[in-house]
Design a protein around this ligand. Structure first.
Ligand code: PLP
Length: 444
């Protein structure tokens, strides 16, 4: 399949048709006869999770619209620039509990979701041609924002099992900015951006090691780089811990002598409630919060999504979001264990799959001589299973032998069916290639 064809398949997969056509267990039972497609591409909750979220939104809206606050006209006002006091307070309580760390209302601001807020921050703090360092591979929507919208000079930083390779990042920063004498302004204090997903990275699922987190902060201070963390999956952790892994923001300690505040933690309700609410937050130190308060790019007319932020504040105040997030963790970790079993049984031996500790995605690394686009084609044409080949997440076109699998979009039985069929497609592809001792042993 040529990339152009795949683009079309992908376009349909991700944004047009398939969101309205999720495969249910009922459909799956006669999937082969009815040609039902199992879509392992989108990073979004299942219909059942969204139904539960819809119930919460309905009940919260009923309560809220009857309140004095609403009757006094506040609910449908523009709202305060950084978000209403109630939203920021409820959010800080929720985050403090989820992170096991103190988050203060003064350090959070409401946004229209993680991607819109990335757009806003790029607009507020950088100019076309600015330099951004990002993990290679990375979230493909961020790639589009950096390249297509802002024409940023985008530099890929290689990754391994511990996330971004910070030694290479250091060399790259040195090469581009080592000889520059940067004096920013109070409104444009950063000379470049480091865009990262330190916790449960999309697409690889990795976490940045603590040593590397500390190094990123050191580099950000040295080179005056803004560290933009897409902290989108942090609360979806499956290792049995009570709280999410520490976010990179916590390594930028206000008690440090050279602290200024170089980090933004960019969060969203898309993964723990539903993407349709278009609601998220940024968390940052005081310097950045002052900048956001002053920036019309961050809040073009009063609060972002004021109405929905009040509904979600009601949901948080009732404790429903805490319970729902816990339910999602249990549900996803259950699916995950079954997928690991399928991989153990069906994948060729030379392939290793990392134990995933959180997030939405498996990243399969096939033997180097494999072509993931061909596997995706076989999976689609022969087995009605859709997956995304790794190069779609790469600014360098690398990862031709990798595949991303999203396991939260469909019901469990459907995901299991899809992953089993994907394993068949991988074996079929291996059988197309000249035989190599190691993987012939385990192929069909
Ligand atoms: C890393 C990352 N950032 C941002 C988003 C989008 O978040 P939102 O729906 O809040 O715009 C996603 C979702 O796919 C993501 O994986």
């Amino acid at each position: 399949m040529d990339p152009a064809t795949f683009d079309r398949v992908d376009g349909v997969t991700l944004f047009e048709d398939i969101y309205g056509k999720q495969t249910t267990v009922g459909q799956y039972e006669d999937a082969l006869e009815r040609n039902v497609i199992v879509n392992l591409c989108p990073g979004t909750p299942t219909p059942a999770d969204l139904r539960e979220a819809t119930r919460m939104i309905r009940d919260a809206t009923v309560t809220l619209t009857k309140s004095d606050y609403s009757m006094d006209g506040n609910l449908l006002q523009y709202g305060a620039q950084l978000g209403s006091a109630r939203f920021r307070t409820e959010l800080s309580v929720f985050l403090s509990e989820q992170y096991g760390d103190t988050v203060l209302p003064k350090n959070v601001m409401v946004t229209n979701g993680a991607s819109p807020s990335l757009l806003s921050v790029c607009k507020a703090l950088f100019s076309p041609g600015s330099t951004v360092f990002a993990e290679d591979p990375t979230f493909f929507n961020a790639l589009k924002i950096f390249k297509d919208v802002f024409q940023f000079n985008l530099i890929g930083v290689p990754t391994d099992k511990d996330g971004m390779q910070v030694d290479i990042l250091e060399e790259q920063l040195e090469e581009h900015f080592g000889s520059k004498n940067f004096t920013g302004t109070s409104h444009r204090p950063f000379q470049c951006m480091i865009y990262t997903m330190p916790t449960f990275h999309n697409p690889t699922g990795t976490c940045l090691s603590h040593a590397r987190c500390a190094k990123v902060i050191q580099l950000a201070r040295k080179f005056e780089a803004l560290v933009f963390c897409d902290d989108v999956y942090n609360m979806l952790h499956y290792n049995g811990q009570a709280t999410a892994p520490p976010r990179l923001l916590t390594f930028d300690k206000p008690s440090d002598l050279d602290y200024k505040g170089h980090v933004i933690s960019n969060g969203t309700f898309s993964k723990i409630l539903g993407p349709g609410v278009r609601l998220g937050w940024v968390e940052a130190g005081d310097r950045l919060m002052h900048l956001f308060f002053d920036s019309v790019c961050m809040h073009p007319a009063g609060s972002n999504n004021h109405f929905m932020s009040e509904v979600v504040a009601e949901i948080m105040a009732a404790g429903w979001l805490r319970q729902h997030t816990q339910d999602l963790r249990l549900q996803y970790s259950d699916i995950l264990q079954d997928i690991m079993m399928i991989f153990k049984q069906h994948l060729p031996r030379e392939m290793t799959v990392r134990n995933l500790e959180g997030g939405y995605f498996f990243w399969l690394e096939l033997p180097a001589r494999c072509n993931a686009t061909r596997v995706a084609e076989l999976a689609k044409d022969k087995h009605n299973v859709l997956v995304i080949p790794g190069w779609r997440f790469s600014m360098s076109g690398s990862y031709q032998n990798c595949i991303r699998i999203a396991f939260t979009f469909n019901e469990k039985a459907v995901v299991i069916h899809g992953v089993t069929k994907l394993c068949d497609a991988i074996k079929e592809h291996l059988n197309e290639l000249p035989a190599v001792e190691a993987d012939v042993k385990n192929t069909v």
